[in-house]
Design a protein around this ligand. Sequence first.
Ligand code: ATP
Ligand code: MG
Length: 174
Amino acid sequence: MQIHRLKLSGFKSFVEPAELRIEPGLTGVVGPNGCGKSNLLEAIRWVMGETSAKSLRSGGMEDVIFAGTSTRPPRDFAEVVLHASDDRDEELVVTRRIERGAGSAYRVNGRDVRAKDVALTFADAATGAHSPALVSQGKIAQVIAAKPAERRAMLEEAAGIAGLHVRRKDAESK
Ligand code: ATP
Ligand code: MG
């Protein structure tokens, strides 16, 4: 899977709508401390269905919405749109939006979908919110300190078979 484009609006420090093109190959993000580099990576994880506020350095899910500054009022929603192409070169447009008091809503190629559908889409492509392709600060130490079961989950995610467990659980509960 290749990410081509990322659009952010009201997400953390990206208060004004911003659009980034991601070219093939290695992408580096540079800038002074606090300019939003980590927020960008978190936006990618968030649109892929991240459900842990802690791993987004937030107290609660709504904390990803621009909180306002001394000169700017807070926003009441955050939205991230990710454009990618899958291995068969099919275009994939995933949108996640959160409104204060209303929770998150997802769309894939313009259709309303469940959080689970988004998670499955990325799990099958061996990427996603917990993908080993997204290495956050402190993650290397976490891999070393992980318990065997946690390390196995990381390997399954990398191998692209994590989605099978979700489907098995789903089938067993029916
Ligand atoms: P460093 O080089 O130190 O790692 P960075 O470029 O990774 O910095 P980030 O951590 O991405 O910077 O951005 C931090 C900035 O984002 C802080 O100024 C913080 O106030 C701002 N920020 C985070 N969440 C919100 C929010 N909900 N509303 C407004 N600003 C926010
Ligand atoms: Mg950072």
